[in-house]
Design a protein. Sequence first.
Length: 100
Amino acid sequence: MSASTPITIVARWQPASESYDDVLAVIRELRPKSLAEPGCLGYEVYQGMDQPRTVLLLEHYRDAEALEAHKQSEHYQALVVGRVLPMLADRKVEILQARA
C-alpha cells in the first residue's frame, strides 16, 4: 500500500439482532468525530437493501497514515473497539486503494 495514495474502507457490520439500534446510535456519535479528522475525506453510512439489518460504512482517507491515525484515535478506540465490536454478530472490512 503506497503511503500517499487515498484509501477507501468498506466495513460491513452485522449487529446482533438486539443491538441494531444501539450500533446505529454509536455510529451517529462516531461519524462527525471521524469526519473532523484532518485525513478523513468522507464517511458514509448505508443500510443494506437486501439485508436491512446490515450496516455498511464507506470511509475515505487521504492516505495510509490518515487511516492509521483514525484507528488509533480516542473516539475509534472508545466507540468502535469498546462499544460496537462487542455488539456485532459479524464484521467484514475491506481496505481498497485506487489504481490507475
